[in-house]
Design a protein around this ligand. Structure first.
Ligand code: PEP
Ligand code: MN
Length: 341
């Protein structure tokens, strides 16, 4: 942390700041310039939030953190990449994990038809919503426990581990009993009570980025899970709110590359919610893999026009198989890129 004093700060004010820095558990280093004095607070075991409060001390111009506020999720603390194991599938390896399935579980037929088709096309995990966070209370809210039961049966039938959303602390135990991985939806990314509760489940967590969350807020939400005792966290970029209205959200692929620099946690991409448009999903999936995503989560429905949620962004079974074939194809060549060594 660097504390810059006002140009007219008195010696007494400088002394007071130095004392407070030491009281907070850091060492103070004073740098006296021609114009003003800057004080560096150095150390790793101090009380950072108390130091930040020095913004209010007299004679202080600004307090600038030089380290990120998150610790356990950061690569500074753990340089090697984390691999998260979900029911036998490893996320965060050289292989891209493909999670596919309907937005909502609607019926046994719909779920099984989708699960068998996505497996045949190469998906390695199954998604499906049982508890749905809908903007309107009049929209389909999910089949709840009946959907959890169907997801478990589909997992037993196909061998695909299942991820499904949990929306409230009361549902954590039951969802953890049926699912292999628990999803924190975008709207709940900063539901701190839910994050604290999920930190104590033995299940891995898929943490979606909030629609208006900064990268720092997203990583701090993950920090809640790690700090509370759950190291098995996969991050998911699913698009953020911007002024653009032609796509449902604006998929922030630069954030995927940046979060992989900042954190050791695996990062996957949701091109379905990230675009809201079926026609864009294959192209954006290839882009996500190109920037380093560890996986994709894609909405698939046997008949999207009949879907009870998110039909316009759902691929049909053929569309998903086509996307999978496209992912296997080499990238376009760049003219003149060949370089002799
Ligand atoms: C979903 O996965 O169906 C979903 C509701 O996602 P998000 O929380 O990203 O909107
Ligand atoms: Mn959806």
């Amino acid at each position: 942390m660097v504390i810059t004093m006002l140009s007219n700060a008195t010696e007494e004010e400088i002394r007071h700041v130095v004392e407070r820095i030491e009281e907070c558990g850091y060492q103070a280093h004073i740098i006296r310039g021609a114009e003003r004095t800057v004080i560096g607070a150095v150390g790793s075991n101090g009380r950072r939030h108390q130091l930040e409060a020095l913004r209010a001390a007299s004679g202080v111009e600004k307090v600038v953190p030089i380290m990120q506020p998150f610790k356990l999720v950061s690569r500074e603390v753990k340089p090697h990449r984390t691999i998260v194991e979900v029911g036998g599938v490893a996320i965060g390896t050289d292989e891209v994990t493909i999670i596919a399935g309907p937005c909502s579980v609607e019926s046994r037929e719909q779920l099984f038809e989708t699960a068998l088709a996505v497996k045949a096309a190469g998906a390695t995990m199954l998604r499906g919503g049982a508890y749905k966070p809908r903007t309107s209370p009049y929209d389909f809210q999910g089949l709840g426990i009946d959907a959890l039961q169907l997801l478990k049966e589909a997992r037993d039938e196909t061998g695909l581990p299942v991820v499904t959303e949990v929306m409230s602390t009361e549902d954590v135990s039951v969802v953890a009993e049926y699912a292999d991985m628990l999803q924190v939806g975008a709207r709940n990314m900063q539901n701190f009570a839910l994050l604290r509760r999920l930190a104590t489940t033995p299940r891995p967590i898929l943490l979606k980025r909030g629609p208006s969350a900064t990268i720092k807020e997203w990583l701090l939400a993950a920090e809640y899970l790690l700090a509370g005792g759950n190291p098995n966290v996969v991050l998911c970029e699913r698009g953020i709110k911007t002024f653009e209205t032609e796509t449902r959200n604006t998929l922030d692929l630069a954030a995927v590359a940046l979060v992989k620099e900042l954190s050791h946690l695996p990062v996957i991409v949701d091109p379905s919610h990230g675009t809201g448009r079926r026609s864009l999903i294959a192209a954006v999936s290839r882009a996500a893999v190109a920037v380093g995503a560890d996986g994709l989560i894609i909405e698939v429905h046997p008949c999207p026009e009949r879907a009870l949620s998110d039909g316009p962004q759902s691929l049909d079974l053929c569309g998903f198989a086509g996307l999978m074939r496209g992912l296997d194809q080499p990238m376009r060549r760049v003219a003149g890129a060949a370089c002799a060594v």
